[in-house]
Design a binder for this molecule. Structure first.
Ligand SMILES: [Zn+2]
Length: 146
């Protein structure tokens, strides 16, 4: 059996850190900590975040980039091309899982039945929070109810 040198992604915190690295040109540890807190409601320890960044760096997946010469705190991390490949492999492996997660979050317009993604219109009608694809569908729905 070949030696396993690949970094293991065994939890959502690490997975989300990869998402952040992939979707931003440069990230700082501070940025990651803030995003984890805001988007996942997770308070990760700085040590955990920096250790993971360090292990990514030792694999050659990220490199240090310093945004400002005057401040050590603004030390940023940027994916290398190997890092991009690594994350693509991870995402591929998680592909089915991600699809299920997205599907379960999908809702449909209460009026026309079209699938709703990020931008949709919510309105409280008859004491219930309902989602529509647009204001017009909400209006049509309300008219039907009367
Ligand atoms: Zn609609």
């Amino acid at each position: 059996m070949a030696e396993e040198t690949e970094i293991k992604i065994q939890n959502l915190t690490k997975f989300y850190m990869l998402v952040l690295l992939k979707s931003n040109d440069t990230v700082t540890g501070y940025f990651i900590l803030k995003k984890l807190e805001k988007d996942l409601g997770k308070t990760a320890s700085p040590t955990y975040v920096y250790d993971f960044l360090k292990s990514l760096k030792s694999q050659g997946y990220v490199k240090d980039v310093t945004k400002s010469k005057t401040s050590k705190r603004s030390k940023g991390y940027q994916l290398t091309s190997q890092g991009h490949e690594f994350i693509d492999r991870i995402f591929l492996r998680f592909n089915n899982l991600i699809e299920v997660a997205i599907q379960s979050r999908l809702e449909i317009c209460a009026s026309c039945g079209v699938r709703l993604y990020d931008n949709y219109h919510s309105e409280k009608i008859g004491g219930k929070d309902l989602n529509f694809c647009c204001k017009h569908c909400a209006k049509a729905f309300k008219n039907e109810q009367m």
